[in-house]
Design a protein around this ligand. Structure first.
Ligand SMILES: Cc1ncc(COP(=O)(O)O)c(C=O)c1O
Length: 419
């Protein structure tokens, strides 16, 4: 049977079940010493002491607590990119700030810094560069702008753990950074996140807020691990081929978008959902400690896969491959190409899907186009163009024969359309 290749590949440790069983046997499923050990290992990787890394229930809530700890005056403006996960700006709003969206450069999918400069006012206090899809932003220029206007920089590293800018890991440039450990992210702990905070006083405030939260129930954690196991099973090529893939295949033909069912419902997050307000459990930290040991190897594998696809897609007229400037490394959380817009783009996707390659077209959002942010000041033309990208599977779980198939199929489809 010709199997289909899923857009996602969770990074899974073969010893996951043993780690879970070990935590249970030691009575350290929920609380335990591995949380501090994981935080120390994560901070150490970023050249910081253990007090600077604080785990949380989600990356988004780690961000929220950083904002609370910074104690910006209510109504302060905070600049986000117009292409990002809507929850992050929404939480800035819940924290009492006014969100402003600067445009994105469709070549890098990252903040357009000219747009940022245009949108700075005397109320602007912070800026959130999202290293979208794993490519670091131009941090030298961004930090220079922030320095001139006295702005706090909080990096959104949810996609970019493993990426570097001028040899330094992302997350070490601003006052703080958020990381996500959700199943599909570069470091999979089956959920959770972390705030990396450079100022020890702010870090201590974040820790005090997180420490005051309740622990999750055993049932909730078990449910999360089970969900992770199911996702893992559904991503296996043969299971994917006979389960989710047929749904995607039919949807592509009838122009439906089943992706919306995978994503979180767009809504106000005030008051904060209950599951946001709890701590990161020991069993997930135990998984994180082991996963961190494999991170560089996974990053190298996804980079090699991306390089392979890059070579295969070279020279196709009208197709822009992902840019990775020489001063940074790309973590390729997503590998995005931009070609035609609208129905023509959708037609290319259908052709790839029919040949068994699952292409994603909606990964993050253009928040200024959402009802939720309809009154926000925004520039978003570049973001709308960037949102027309096609995301081609290159994840670290793909074997050589699979990445060859991805590359040759996508090349055939794109090159035929370009003729
Ligand atoms: C760009 C971006 N930022 C932040 C987050 C939040 O991460 P978490 O799900 O851990 O809250 C995500 C999650 O998908 C994301 O894509």
């Amino acid at each position: 049977m010709l199997t289909a290749i899923s857009r996602y590949g969770a990074r899974v440790l073969p010893i996951t079940e043993d780690l879970v069983a070990g935590c249970r046997a030691r009575g350290e499923f929920i609380q335990g010493p591995q949380i501090a050990e994981f935080e120390a290992a994560f901070a150490g990787r970023h050249g910081l002491g253990p007090a600077h890394a604080i785990t949380a229930a989600y990356g988004r809530i780690a961000f929220y607590y950083m904002l609370k700890a910074l104690d910006l005056p209510p109504g302060s403006e905070i600049i986000f990119p117009s292409l990002t996960f809507w929850v992050v700006p929404e939480l800035a709003r819940v924290a009492g700030l006014t969100v402003v969206f600067a445009d994105v450069d469709p070549k890098t999918f990252n903040l357009d810094l000219d747009s940022v400069e245009r949108l700075i006012t005397d109320k602007t206090r912070a800026i959130v560069p999202t290293h979208l899809y794993g490519l670091p932003c131009d941090m030298d220029r961004l930090l220079a702008i922030a320095g001139t206007h006295n702005l706090i920089v909080l990096e959104d590293c949810a996609h970019a753990l493993g990426a570097t800018y001028k040899g330094k890991p992302v997350g070490t440039f601003g006052a703080g950074a958020l990381f996500s450990f959700q199943t599909l992210k570069p470091l999979n702990c089956y959920g959770g996140g972390l705030a990396l905070v450079s100022d020890p006083v702010v870090a201590a405030k974040v820790r005090a807020m997180v420490d005051a939260l309740p622990w999750p129930s055993e049932k909730r954690i078990t449910g999360r691990l089970l969900m992770g196991r199911l996702q893992r099973i559904f991503m296996k090529p043969w299971v994917f081929s006979i389960s989710l893939f047929p749904v995607l295949w039919v949807s592509a033909l009838i122009d439906a978008n089943p992706d919306v069912f995978f994503w979180e419902k767009i809504r106000s997050l005030h008051p904060l959902p209950e599951q946001y307000r709890e701590r990161f459990p020991n069993v997930q930290a135990a998984i994180g400690i082991e996963a961190l040991k494999h991170l560089d190897e996974w990053t190298a594998q996804v980079q090699a896969n991306a390089e392979y696809v890059n070579s295969a897609l070279a020279g196709i007229p009208g197709i822009q491959r992902p840019l990775a400037p020489a001063d940074r490394t790309h973590a390729y959380y997503q590998y995005c190409v931009i070609g035609p817009d609208g129905p023509q783009r959708d037609d290319l996707v259908v052709r790839c899907v029919r040949r068994g390659i699952d292409i994603e077209t909606l990964h993050v959002d253009v928040p200024p186009d959402m009802e939720l942010f309809s009154t926000a000041t925004a520039e978003a033309d570049g973001a709308r163009r960037a949102a027309q990208a096609m995301q081609i599977p290159v994840h670290s779980g793909l074997r050589r024969d699979q990445i060859e198939r991805v590359a040759s199929t996508v090349r055939t489809v794109l090159a035929a359309a370009a003729r």
